[in-house]
Design a protein. Structure first.
Length: 332
């Protein structure tokens, strides 16, 4: 059976990268897979969070899932901390994860920065929690943005290490699914940096909740270069901002990058940006409106999470029992 697991952190500022790199692709996957989409609040607390904001952001991501087209009748939606298998399995799997594997993770290096010794253990072991999220459901496929590829490789290695240790095929080795024309959406201020929730400049990203005027303004102010748009991909070398904006356009329009490049070839940025603003507003505004409607009914959102929690618990508690038995932990 093919099962999908993926998640978004409730850390605020849900942006176009999260939408194009993750949520938008999940919507179509619901047709062919059993899907589990989580709001990964335990991952969020690896960085200090304001308690009230964390709670609100969890409901905001739930609303964004629903507004984007995730169907709670078909798909399990829940928040990670509500299902204890995630943390329990993290301990078990950390006993199969060599420290050397974690030392290679670039996200830890980036987030811990120069103050590595002061970074919390949770930030370091974050990829083991991610492996547990996936393996607690024996997920076979994991749709993510390009930035999570390394963590997913580690999940595959951990699953393999466990299977090998007990000569079992208990865990499927999860396959990454990296889709679309914008697998790595870059900052609007610097085409070499990833669009990210934690970038200090709000002008670096389009938030799903941005108003029409703000989207317009951010795209008008987006960094570009002085040349017209090219017709060949090789001409985009050293033009990361042009490549990023074309990628965003093709992902939003559901058209191939090369086709969009041909269509836009020769245009200057001011006319392309106008088209990009119109398209972005056209695609994002309805989601933002629906999100606001859902957020007016927090009880409904909590009910969705409550139902998702029960279903997620049913699957993961059975798997956890099987994992514990395999390890030889006495089940009383
Ligand atoms: N810029 C991006 N382009 C494409 N995909 C992206 N994703 C995130 N940023 C981009 C994908 O969104 C999903 C959820 O990500 P997340 O919320 O769990 O955390 P993140 O990757 O850490 O997101 P941010 O915005 O970059 O947060 P900060 O600033 O805290 O690091 C994942 O599938 C991710 O690939």
């Amino acid at each position: 059976m093919n099962r999908i697991f993926s998640g978004v952190q409730p850390t605020g500022n849900l942006h176009l990268g999260n939408y194009l790199g993750a949520i938008k692709n999940w919507v179509s996957l619901q047709k062919d897979f059993e899907c589990i989409f989580c709001i990964v609040d335990l991952h969020a607390i690896t960085i200090k969070q304001d308690p009230k904001e964390l709670e609100n952001n969890t409901l905001e991501v739930t609303a964004a899932y629903l507004a984007s087209g995730i169907d709670p009748e078909k798909t399990i939606i829940f928040n990670q901390s509500a299902v204890s298998a995630h943390t329990e399995l993290t301990w078990l799997l950390s006993c199969f994860t060599p420290i050397g594997w974690l030392n290679r993770m670039t996200q830890f290096k980036e987030k811990a920065g120069k103050k590595k010794d002061n970074a919390v253990l949770g930030l370091y072991s974050y990829p083991v929690l991610m492996a547990s999220d996936i393996l607690a459901y024996k997920a076979t496929h994991v749709p993510v943005g390009e930035d999570q590829k390394q963590h997913l490789e580690l999940s595959r290695d951990i699953a393999g290490a466990f299977n090998q240790a007990y000569s079992t095929d208990l865990f499927p080795i999860p396959e990454p699914q990296i889709f679309g024309e914008a697998t790595r959406v870059m900052s609007l201020r610097n085409g070499k940096n990833k669009m990210s929730k934690s970038d200090e400049s709000d002008y670096s990203r389009i938030n799903i909740t941005d108003t029409k005027d703000l989207i317009n303004l951010k795209i008008q102010k987006a960094k570009t270069d002085p040349y017209p748009l090219p017709s060949e991909k090789k001409e985009l070398e050293n033009r990361p901002e042009a490549e990023n904006l074309l990628g965003i356009y093709s992902a939003l329009k559901d058209e191939k990058f090369d086709d969009v490049m041909k269509e836009m070839s020769g245009k200057d940025f001011s006319s392309f940006k106008k088209l990009l603003s119109e398209l972005t507003i056209d695609k994002i505004e309805p989601i933002s409106k629906k999100m606001n409607d859902y957020l007016k009914n927090k009880d409904y959102l909590k009910k969705i999470l409550e139902e998702g929690k029960k279903k997620a618990n049913d699957i993961s508690s059975k798997n956890l029992l099987e994992i514990k038995k395999t390890i030889g932990l006495l089940i009383i």
